[in-house]
Design a protein around this ligand. Sequence first.
Ligand code: 13P
Length: 248
Amino acid sequence: MRRKVVAGNWKMNMTPTQAKVLVKSLADEVKGAEAEVIYCVPAIDITTVADAIRSTDVKLGAENMYYEEKGAYTGEVSPEMLVDAGVQYIIIGHSERRQLFNEDDTVVNKKVLKALEHDLTPIICCGETLEQREAGVALPFIEGQIKAALEGVTAEQIKKSLIAYEPIWAIGTGKVATTEQAQEVCAAIRGVLGNIYDKETAEEVHILYGGSVKPDNAKAIFEQPDIDGGLVGGASLTLDFAKIVNYK
Ligand code: 13P
């Protein structure tokens, strides 16, 4: 039985001062939650949030890292730095990184392998544009993204990783995929994992849905058989996040 996972992706929001206030106000609400709770935060907030969640069950994630160990990469953050600061999860391949910062499948794959090498759990994102959905090519496109991201990833490693299906047209738009659409794609992703690895391995992988998840739609989405929780953007910045965590 896969445990539900609810991860917040703060994106480029929250100063360290604001982060401290938010985490404090969420603390009691997410305490003892049935779901695994993860805050994925901007690099500048990592130390503050690590301190604020110490001695709670909440886990810490980062939103980005580079795939080299160290060196002359001005502005980048290494996996070793993240681990040392208490980070356990790392979002990789988010559509905003792909679209705005030109991260392609090759970069995504390098980051996934590097994260795993450092025992960071990758939250590997995939998802189609509206044009691709309307053209009927969403599933093959996502299959391509998954296969490319997982090149060289072993069965043992994928079992410890998370995949997030985030249709680009549903991100920050208030337009949520229907539960049927979300389930269809998450089931297809599990099928792809079954083909790359085997069925038993695929059954162990957590697949999240992301895109306008809110307190009023979380339950219906999270109860789909192949959806194991959510990657939450906008609603992770308010007390709504606790309602999503406690969706039942
Ligand atoms: P929203 O929840 O704001 O639509 O963002 C989803 C997302 O991109 C999470 O990574």
